[in-house]
Structures are given as C-alpha cells and as structure tokens.
Design a protein around this ligand. Structure first.
Ligand SMILES: Nc1ncnc2c1ncn2[C@@H]1O[C@H](COP(=O)(O)OP(=O)(O)OP(=O)(O)O)[C@@H](O)[C@H]1O
Length: 724
C-alpha cells in the first residue's frame, strides 16, 4: 500500500478484482430464477437490474436508491468461461510472482452457492485454480526438487532445519495422511493437458540451478477459531478439535502456531492432501451440525528455494475460499447459528473495514488505523495488504433473482476493493528468511552480526498477547507487575471486545429491524389489497342490487301503466265527438226544425261528456297514486338496503301510510268501476302502452290527456334518475 519508506520504483496498482458469473442450474431455470438480473455489458462492465419483489426494487419504488447498478471489474468471466481460461487470465501474473519468490493471495468472495469452491477447487473432471496452481508449480520445479525433507517452513516467513528424528516424524505424519486417501490419477491426467498453455506462456520464471521444496498447509477459520484440516479427524463425538492460535512472529507477521505443514512431491500427493482436508472439513461440519460454507478455508503453499543446503528464499501462495457472505437476516439464524453468522459477518465486515480503510488512507493522507487485528482472517492477510505480496479477489455471483439483494451487497463490497491501491515491495534483503537450526535457535549466517541475531526469540519465547508465559519460575515482584500488566491488557481487551460486540449487535439489530420493517410493509400491503378487493366486491353487489331495483321499478311502472291507462285514441275520439256535438248544438239552436229533439240529444251528450271527464279524472288520479306508491316503495327498498338498522322505524311509518293509500286507491277504483258501469260509453280495445305515451308526448294538441301523459313521463324519467 502506498506509504512512506517504499521503494520509488514500486509501481502502485489497484487490486485485481475479477468477477465470475456462474451458469443457472436446471432447478433454477425451472423455478424462474432467470429474470435477467445480471447483464454483462462487456469484458469489464456488468449491469445489475433489480427484479420485482427484491428489497432493492422496493426501495427504488419508494424513491430510495436505484433499481439499476453498474459495476466495473478488472475482468468479467461469463457463465460459459472454462476453468482453464479463468486460471490463465487471473492467476498467471501471481503464479509467476510465486515461482520467482514473491507472495500471492487469491480469495474468492460471494454468497453461498455462487461458485466459490468450484472456482478455487473445481471438480475432479474440471479442476479449479488451486489444483492448476499446484500442477504448474510441479511442472516448474520438475527435476529440481529437494527431497530430503529436512528444511521446513517456520513461523511466517522463515525456515527451520530438522533433525533426522524430526524428519522421521514428518514422514510418518505424511504417511498417515496419505494412508486414508484413495489414489486419484484422473486429476493429474486432466490437468497435464490443460495447463500446458500456461506453461508455454510462462517464460519469466527463473530456476537458477537451485532446488525447491513445496510444503502445504490446509486450515479453516470457523467462529473465529482456527482448525487444522490436516490433523486426523476425531473419532469421539465428545472430543473437541484443537483450536490453533494466531501468533506474531516478532516481526509483525501473523502466523498459525502448531499448524501442520506437509512436504509434497507431486500432484498426486497434493490431490491427497486436498481430499484429506476436505474430508476433515465436512466431517467436522457434520459433527457440529455446521454447513461447510460457514467457514473460511485457506490452502497455503510455501515454496522454499534451497541452494547448497541454505534457504535462499521462501514464497507463499494462499488461496482462500471465504464463507458465504449472506447476512444473518436471510439465514434465519438462532443460537449457535446466530453466533456463527455473527462471526462470519464480523470477519467479512472487518475485511471490508480494512479494505475501506486502505482505500481511504490512499485518498487522504491522514492515515487512520487499519483494523487488521480485529479478526483472525485479516490478521493473517495483513502482510498482503501491506506490500508483502499481491492479493487479488475473485467475486463469484449467481444470476438468481431470489438472491439479488445479497449479490448486490457483494458487488458493492467488490467495488470498494477494486479501488485499493497496492504497492508491491521488491523483497528487500531484510525480508529474506531467517533460518533456525535443529535446536530451534536462529542460525548465524556468515557475515551477520551475532548480536543482531540474539534479538531473535524461539517460537516459545515469542511475546504474543495470545501466548502464556511459564510463571512458576518468576520472582514475586515480577509476578505482581506481570499481573498488573495482564490486568490492564485484560481491561483493554474487554473494552475492545465490548466495542466489537456493540458493533456486531448494532449491525445485527439493524438487519433484524430491516427485516421486521420489510415484513410489516408486506403485511400492510396485503391488507390494503384485501380491503380493496372487498370494497370492489361490495360495490359490485351494490350495483347488482341497484340494477335489480331499477328493473323491478321499471317492470312495475309498465304493469301499472298497462293496467290503468285509457287508450289515447279512444280519449281523443270521445273529445272529437263532444266537439262535434257542440258545433251541432250551436247549429241546431239557430234552426227551428227539430229543436226540441236536438236539445234532448245535447243534454244526453253533455251527460255522457261529463261522465267521460269524471272517468278520465279518476283514471288520472289512480295513475298518480300508483306512481306515488311505486316511488315510495322503491325509495323504501333503497333505504332498507342502504340503512338496514337505523331507519326501520321511519320505514314502518311509511309502509303504514302506503297501506292507507292502497286502501284509498281501492276505493277510488271501485268508484271508477261503478261510474263505468253506469256510463253508456263502451271503451274501445287498448293500443300498445308505449305507442300511447309516444302519441301523447308528441301530440301538438294541448289537451289535458296529453298534459297528463307528459307529466307521467316526466315523473317516470325523474324516477329513473332517482334510482340511477
Ligand atoms: N462456473 C460454473 N459452471 C458450472 N457449475 C458451477 C459453476 N460454478 C458453480 N457451479 C456449481 O454450482 C454449485 C454451487 O457451487 P459452489 O459449491 O462452488 O458454491 P459456493 O459459493 O462455494 O457455495 P458455499 O459457500 O455454500 O460453499 C455447485 O454444484 C457447482 O458445481
């Protein structure tokens, strides 16, 4: 990382962050996970489109945040990318660094089921980066292998000479590990042909006549505890796996104390080590009811360059398969699971914090503290972020709509990582390995100041906050001061833990709160939809009833009109007759002939006329009554429908009034019938009701019958309007 004291020729470069998008599985296609959430624009740009129902889409609908996000990467590998292409285009430069004595780190990051393990380890038929790195390494050192097994990696960057007894021990450990593994040649066969393209391209690696020894270790970090995956699995359920400590080598480099390192000679042995470690990992996971993706697994290779029984250089290549980055609110975690999620989140959170702090330190020169020591993972990776090796990240994502929000979170994290600038230091002489003798004491090289070497402590003497000193041999006052010292350390540690716990609690609290709010919002939306559907149903029913009442009212009105109306033709004919008689009467008065006879006839006709007029009036009254009754009845039905309880009393009153009106009508009808019987006028057969109404309304004559009909039509229209 850029900073004072680095050589001026060290080229700053941003951390390489690659993206690999895995293809859909058949099940995912069947369950409609493909909603075009991930669109690869070109080799370096990808667009993420939030699917319907995702939290991102909901936030964008509320105007908080966007539904489309664009990200750029060092290189993007689509679903069709082969393992060999990925290896050649991502690992090539780091592979050369490693073979030339520099350190390298690759870590895969992503949610569960995004393809991290597939990318790092692959399958026996299609090996991932790790077997290919091993294969390329063996290809490189072939014919130059140091096979005595008596020089072993020590602490973080150093080496130790082993006694013959120790070599025997190493050999028996290796034999025990291999004894439980099956021979598998398929991997090496499939790799041989495929990684040849890398070998051809690899012309920068120098062998310089020395010899090489490759030592490997495989461990995992679960719940902030380091476990060796190359230790034999425990048979008894009650026995706990040994937790290894992360210590400081005295030069500020963290290393895993008592970690098993195994010297391997070929790819077949490397494959057995991988098999053994993976078996141990899944056995431990099953025993603890844990899912393997809940731990970070780290495979480390150390390449020792040996010349004339002296170690000239040590380089390290670590490949880390990080735990799934999903947040605790999605994993429905309780108890142990919650602790597990909190620890995963914590280490990934601290990794994120470190990356963020590195980026910020580059942006503004006021250097803030980078919290590497807050988690085991970042403690072990610290040197890579401080110029002692090149780190690169492979971000794995799936394209599933259901995990979109988590994928977006991963992409945001990667966007920050991509801005981290690394300044890789040329390995200075001081960083070349310190050698330890067979007694565990540092070896004095010719030309090295022996006083300077006295500063080195053996592994057991190294001061580390996690190490315990042997107190039984110490004088009392030293013990007391040690106790004081430890007390203040404990206090500081407790404070640090408290702050850390508060941060985790806050993050988890926030996540839970967000989940509660999301489910609350979902529930209220469902309630709203339910309310709307009921409202709609109610309105439909109401409309249905209204239509039925209208229909009923119309039918009743029609029936009443048919029953009680006198044909207009008939009425007009009668009137014309009366008019004619009037004229005749006037004409007859001037004539003397047959005067008496005409007068009598006139009287009779007048009588008939007045009878007819009475009849008409009665009929009109009957019609009007019927119309009023009908209107009352309709209003009543409507009121009863709308206000069933509150108006029952007033409705009863109206009904009583109606009954009285009905009686009145009956009486009037009887009178009318009587008058009709007494009337000598014979009624002509009725014409169609509607034709009568039409005639009356369109008639130019302003006769009383026409007026009556027009009034009726108006009443009928207002009734229809009232009902509508
Ligand atoms: N590029 C790919 N091509 C074909 N299949 C793939 C690819 N990447 C992943 N897969 C398949 O997808 C599934 C999930 O992959 P993998 O186990 O590597 O995910 P992961 O991210 O490591 O999950 P976890 O965090 O749970 O360990 C596996 O069945 C794997 O074979």
């Amino acid at each position: 990382v850029s900073g004072e004291g680095y050589p001026s020729d060290s080229e700053p470069q941003t951390m390489s962050v690659y993206l690999r998008v895995r293809p859909f599985s058949k099940e995912e296609v069947n369950s409609c996970e493909d909603q075009e959430c991930v669109v690869i624009e070109n080799d370096q740009t990808v667009t993420l489109n939030a699917p319907k129902g995702s939290a991102t889409m909901k936030s964008s609908e509320k105007g908080v945040g966007l539904s489309i996000h664009k990200f750029s990467f060092t290189q993007i590998f689509g679903p069709d990318t082969t393992q060999i292409k990925l290896f050649e285009e991502t690992v090539q430069s780091q592979m050369s660094d490693f073979l030339n004595g520099n350190n390298a780190l690759i870590f895969s990051y992503g949610v569960t089921n995004a393809g991290k393990t597939y990318t790092i380890q692959g399958s026996p038929k299609d090996p991932g980066i790790l077997p290919r790195v091993l294969d390329a390494t063996f290809h490189h050192i072939r014919g130059h292998q140091y096979d005595s097994m008596d020089i072993k990696p020590h602490l973080r960057n150093d080496a130790q000479f082993l006694t013959s007894e120790q070599v025997k021990q190493e050999k028996s450990i290796k034999a025990a590990v291999f004894a439980s593994c099956k021979e598998s040649d398929t991997l090496s066969v499939s790799l041989r042909s495929r990684s040849s393209s890398f070998m051809v391209a690899d012309s920068t690696v120098k062998v310089d006549g020395g010899q090489f020894a490759l030592w490997v270790a495989f461990f995992e970090i679960y719940n902030e505890c380091v476990y060796d995956l190359l230790q034999p699995a425990l048979c008894s359920k009650s026995k706990k796996r040994a937790v290894l400590r992360v210590c400081d080598d005295g030069a500020g480099n963290a290393y895993v104390k008592d970690l098993r390192w195994i010297n391997i000679m070929n790819l077949s042995e490397a494959n057995k080590i991988l098999q053994y470690g993976n078996k141990n990992r899944s056995a431990a996971a099953t025993k603890m009811n844990q899912c393997s993706s809940r731990s970070h697994s780290i495979f480390t290779m150390k390449l020792l360059k040996i010349d004339n029984d002296a170690v000239k250089g040590i380089s390290e290549f670590s490949l880390c398969d990080l735990a799934g980055s999903e947040r605790c609110n999605k994993t429905k975690t309780f108890g142990e699971r919650l602790k597990e999620a909190a620890n995963i989140n914590n280490s990934l959170l601290i990794l994120g914090k470190c990356i963020m702090a590195l980026r910020n330190n580059q942006a503004d020169r006021s250097k803030s503290c980078i919290p590497f020591r807050e988690s085991k993972l970042t403690k072990l990776f610290q040197s890579f972020f401080c110029g002692k090796g090149k780190a690169s990240m492979i971000v794995n994502i799936n394209q599933c709509a259901s995990t979109y929000d988590e994928t977006l979170h991963v992409m945001k994290f990667s966007a920050v990582a991509k801005q981290v600038v690394q300044v890789i230091l040329e390995k200075p002489v001081l960083l070349s390995p310190c050698l330890f003798g067979r007694d565990g004491k540092p070896l004095v090289r010719p030309g090295t100041d022996s006083l300077a070497m006295e500063g080195y402590l053996s592994e057991d003497e190294l001061l580390d906050e996690e190490d315990e000193a042997d107190m039984s041999v110490m004088p009392q006052d030293e013990l007391l001061s040690l106790v004081e010292n430890l007390k203040s350390k404990l206090l500081a540690e407790r404070r640090k833990n408290l702050v850390q716990e508060m941060e985790i609690r806050k993050e988890m609290g926030d996540a839970m709160m967000q989940q509660i709010m999301e489910s609350e919002e979902l529930r209220s939306r469902e309630m709203e939809e339910l309310k709307e559907s009921y409202q709609e149903k109610l309105e439909n029913t109401f409309e249905m009833y209204k239509e039925a009442i209208k229909e009923h009212a119309y039918q009743s009105a029609m029936r009443n009109l048919e029953d009680d109306y006198v044909s207009l033709d008939e009425f007009t004919a009668e009137q014309e007759k009366v008019e004619g008689l009037k004229i005749c009467h006037t004409w007859n008065r001037t004539s003397t002939y047959d005067f008496v006879l005409t007068e009598e006839r006139c009287k009779r006709l007048y009588k008939e006329k007045s009878a007819l007029e009475t009849m008409c009036e009665s009929k009109q009254q009957v019609f009007e009554y019927n119309l009023h009754i009908f209107l009352f009845k309709s209003s009543l039905s409507l009121l009863n429908y709308c206000f069933p309880a509150d108006h029952s009393k007033s409705l009863e009153d109206v009904l009583l009034q109606n009954i009285e009106k009905d009686k009145e009508i009956e009486m009037l009808k009887e009178q009318l019938e009587k008058s009709l019987k007494s009337s000598p006028v014979q009624l002509r057969p009725k014409r169609g009701l509607l034709a009568n109404i039409k005639d009356a309304v369109t008639s130019p004559r302003n006769s009383s019958s026409a007026r009556t009909l027009r009034k009726t039509v108006r009443a009928f229209t207002s009734l229809r309007m009232f009902l509508a």
